[in-house]
Design a protein. Sequence first.
Length: 95
Amino acid sequence: MKRLYQSLDVLWLLLMGMTLGTTAVAENAHPGLWMTVVVAVVVGIKGRLVVDHFMELRTARAPIRHLMNAYFYVFPTLIVLASLYPERLKEWTTL
């Protein structure tokens, strides 16, 4: 049991490090496609870590696990697409 808590502590530190790292980079970086891709990848990685280890969905039924995992592939992809095609997105969402 102690080993489980130690691994969760390490994962939590990793998540915090990724959050602080992307925050620091976002404060100083020029916004562009590469920054958007980095943010999207980090969102996906962090989401998968939370779903698998903190929500313990690795042992959940397959449909639930697959839907949650798909969420962290779909939304980062949507973030990148919104960055690539902002005018098209504006057209689709304007009344």
